[in-house]
Every structure is written in C-alpha cells, then in structure tokens.
Design a protein around this ligand. Structure first.
Ligand code: NAP
Length: 312
C-alpha cells in the first residue's frame, strides 16, 4: 500500500473509543476517521451509521477498528475482511480462539492486514522488562491482577455474559504482558474459577502455569478488590526481584524504581495506531493469541466454585 492516509471506520462507539481511540487517531496523521457504526452512539462531525454493513456500503473506507464487546466482533470482522478492509481488533480479539484463527486465514486470503491488539504490551515498562528478563534465569513468577469491578465496569452487562470473560477482561491484559516478557512459552497446569450464582462469567480466578522450562507461575485474578487494587507481575530471577507494576507502567529491580520512558495518557493506543499503519504499509498481519489461549485453557481445566450472587 502507498503512504496515503488510511480512511478508518470505528465500530462500537463506547468507553474505550472515547477514552483512547479517538485521541490517538487524532494525533496520528496516517489516519483519517471517516465514519462510525454504532447502534446508539456517534462522534461529532463524523458520518454515523447504525451498523457496519451500511457503513461499508456507503463509505470509501480502507480499515476498520472493531471496538464492540468480543462476543459480537467475529461477524463484523468477517464482513470487513471479505470486503477487503484492514481490521484492528480490540482486546481480547474474539470470544474464541478458533474464530480468530479463521479470521487470520481470511485476512491472508483477501490480502489485508489483521491486527489483534494487546494494549498493555505497549506499557512503558514492558519492553524494558522483557529485555532484562532475556538476560536473567527465571526462578518463579507471581501475577496479581485485582480491581474493583463496580468502579471500572459499571453497567457493562456483556462482561458478565458467556464470552465476556468476566475477571479475565482485565486479567488478560496481565497475561498479555506475561506472555510477551516470558523467555519461554507457558501453559496452564490447574485453575479454580469462582462464579457468582447469578453470572455466567467468573468474578475471580486462581491459575497455575508452568513454562516449558519448568518455571512455576501463579496467577491471582480478583474483581472484588475494593481497597487494594493491583496490576502487578513479580519475576524472581537469579539476579533478584524484577517487578512490573501498575499494569505495565512501572518497573522495579530489587525494590528500586528503574527509569522508563514517560508515556502520555494515550501512549499505549498511540503505539497501537502507529503499529496498525506499519502493518498495513508492509502488507502483513499480527495475530498473536497466547493470552487468549491461556484463558481458554483455564476454562477447559478449571474447577468451578459458586459464590453468592453479585449485584453491580
Ligand atoms: P462498552 O462501552 O460497553 O461497549 C462498546 C460499544 O460496543 C457499546 O457502546 C455499544 O455501542 C457496542 N455494543 C455493545 N453491545 C453490543 C452488541 N451486542 N452488539 C454490537 N455492539 C455492541 O465497552 P468498552 O469498555 O468500550 O469495551 C469494548 C472493548 O474494548 C472490550 O473488548 C474491552 O475489553 C476493550 N477495552 C476496554 C477498556 C476500558 O477501559 N473500558 C480498555 C481496554 C480495552 P452501540 O450500543 O452504540 O452499538
């Protein structure tokens, strides 16, 4: 593709579009926001459609960013790819592993780029941590991802429904950092998932993983943390303790802060749009599914515990 500006359509105008996509697109001269497709929302000054089919029919669009909940993304992605559009998928890239693998094949067939984004991988500390870990011998890893669901996900019913992932909606961000930084791949060895009696998705989970080199990893995910939120990964290595904190923003080595580049409020999504333009330019896709596979395997292997109904 030439260096021309990429005409973009956004599908599913909700919280993450307003918080991150719109400001990041506005800062990137490689993109022009041409249209939106959303049943109940629009963006001032941008052509609005209620569904992706009518948007694709009416507009000369090169690419779409699919930002609706994961359960409703596959059909839209399929339509866009078959129409020859490049596709950016919010995280998690879909509700199942197989649907996303099939989308990757479809993108190849139609000669367009598919980008399964993992925004937390662009946190300021993440690549610095990955580089340091590549030179250390890992002994064990502990991931703790706990937050207050009422604070971060008010009125999001899809998140509690089948395919909405429950506590893994934020937890998969931790897994995306973990799988990016680990020197060797990990697999799930056991899992306990905790479901409120009135929900189809878990509110908490404890998962054990092992790397193919035999390193044990524990993962603790909890949406009931009201006073003690944490988005941290601790790596014990032959050189001490390396900690990624605050969802990828901070790095500590043996309890001392390590300086990492300052990121703006929209740094992760600015990096995502820079990469999307680069993938389109090079005519390639980026569909890396390790975090989604770990979550899927946790569901396959899990003991299920039911707790009292949760009302949010
Ligand atoms: P949201 O605000 O609840 O939903 C986004 C939009 O999707 C809604 O406003 C809605 O727009 C559309 N939508 C909802 N249900 C739909 C359905 N059944 N069919 C088609 N469209 C539907 O969610 P969000 O927080 O933006 O999250 C969306 C995605 O971004 C999720 O995968 C999430 O994990 C990811 N994400 C969110 C955050 C965050 O901080 N919120 C951060 C990073 C990533 P219309 O009703 O107008 O169609």
């Amino acid at each position: 593709m030439s260096n021309k500006v990429i005409n973009l359509g956004i599908v599913g105008v909700g919280k993450i579009v307003r918080d991150q996509h719109l400001p990041s697109i506005a800062k990137n001269s490689g993109f022009s926001l041409s249209a939106t497709a959303s049943r109940n929302a629009s963006v001032d000054g941008v052509q609005a459609f209620s569904d992706i089919a009518s948007m694709l029919e009416a507009c000369d669009i090169d690419a779409v960013a699919l930002c609706m909940p994961p359960q409703y993304r596959q059909a839209a992605a399929q339509l866009a790819l078959k129409s020859g559009k490049h596709v950016l998928l919010e995280k998690p890239p879909g509700a199942t592993v197989s649907e996303v693998e099939q989308l990757a094949e479809l993108a190849d067939k139609h000669g367009v780029s598919l980008f399964a984004t993992w925004h937390s991988r662009y946190g300021a500390a993440v690549d610095v941590a990955k580089a340091l870990l590549s030179e250390q011998r890992l002994k064990s890893v502990a991931l703790v991802w706990q937050e207050d669901v009422r604070k971060w996900h008010p009125n999001q019913q899809w998140i509690w429904q089948a395919g909405g992932l429950g506590v893994f909606d934020p937890g998969i961000n931790g897994l995306s950092i973990l799988t990016h930084c680990l020197p060797s791949p990990a697999y799930v060895t056991s899992a306990d998932l905790i479901f409120p009696a009135n929900k189809a998705a878990p509110i908490a989970a404890n998962i054990n993983f092992k790397t193919v080199d035999g390193v044990d990893i524990s993962g603790q995910f909890d949406w009931r943390a009201t006073g003690s939120e944490a988005w941290n990964i601790d790596f014990e290595t032959d050189q001490g303790l390396l900690q990624i904190k605050d969802g990828g923003a901070r790095l500590l080595l043996n309890n001392e802060d390590v300086a990492v580049a300052e990121h703006s409020e929209h740094g992760e999504y600015e990096a995502i749009y820079t990469r999307f333009a680069d993938l389109i330019q090079r005519g390639v896709s980026d569909v890396e599914l390790a975090p989604l596979k770990l979550v899927a395997d946790a569901f396959l292997l899990a003991n299920r515990e039911e707790v009292d109904a949760f009302n949010d």
